[in-house]
Design a protein around this ligand. Sequence first.
Ligand SMILES: Cc1cc2nc3c(=O)[nH]c(=O)nc-3n(C[C@H](O)[C@H](O)[C@H](O)COP(=O)(O)O)c2cc1C
Length: 203
Amino acid sequence: MSDLLHIAVSPMGENSISRAIDASFMAAFNEKYPNAEIITHDLATENIPHLDGEAIFAGYTPEADRTPTAAAKHNYRLGLIKEVNEAKHIMISTPMWNFSVPSALKAWIDQIIIPGAVKVSGKVTVIISQGGSYAPGAPREGWDFESGLLARTFESIEAKDVKVILAEFGLAGVVPGMESFVENKAASAAAAKAEAVVRAIAE
Ligand SMILES: Cc1cc2nc3c(=O)[nH]c(=O)nc-3n(C[C@H](O)[C@H](O)[C@H](O)COP(=O)(O)O)c2cc1C
């Protein structure tokens, strides 16, 4: 049983917006729960393997008939699943990459979903930093395939309380042509940090 399962994804270190919001969440969480048990996976440094055929097939094979490598791959999945099932709160911070989740996060998702074995019992908070905006009226309204993917994924494994916190316009001031959105970027990040703090300490 952990108080928090914390998954951080961005490889951008100090320059990462999702990690800055993540840090606000963690500071508030640690202040409120100084003795909390926290499990962290930093997917920028920890390589979660892509699910392969042997790992999938192991799930369909009786335990006694699994080869040692198949058993190891299946048990690795069960270890990650235990963390998910037993966390009181799961917090994920991630960039948007190519309208969806970075493959490092998708690899973790594919590892943890074994129908019948995984069942979220706590709440879920997803922090996403996007380069642009996909809000109503934006030129690419409807192109955010990440927020819904993550919310539906956790709902599919019975999460009852899923909150997505978005920071928009992360590329303003970074790529040419988005200068006019620099203020929106700062406001969006500040609002996301405030939301993250509220979420971290909510009972
Ligand atoms: C490989 C890559 C793909 C990206 N794809 C998108 C995209 O499809 N849509 C978008 O709005 N921003 C995109 N971005 C911009 C990031 O979402 C943005 O910089 C965000 O702040 C990244 O989060 P981070 O600062 O926590 O790393 C992409 C950035 C990278 C590096």
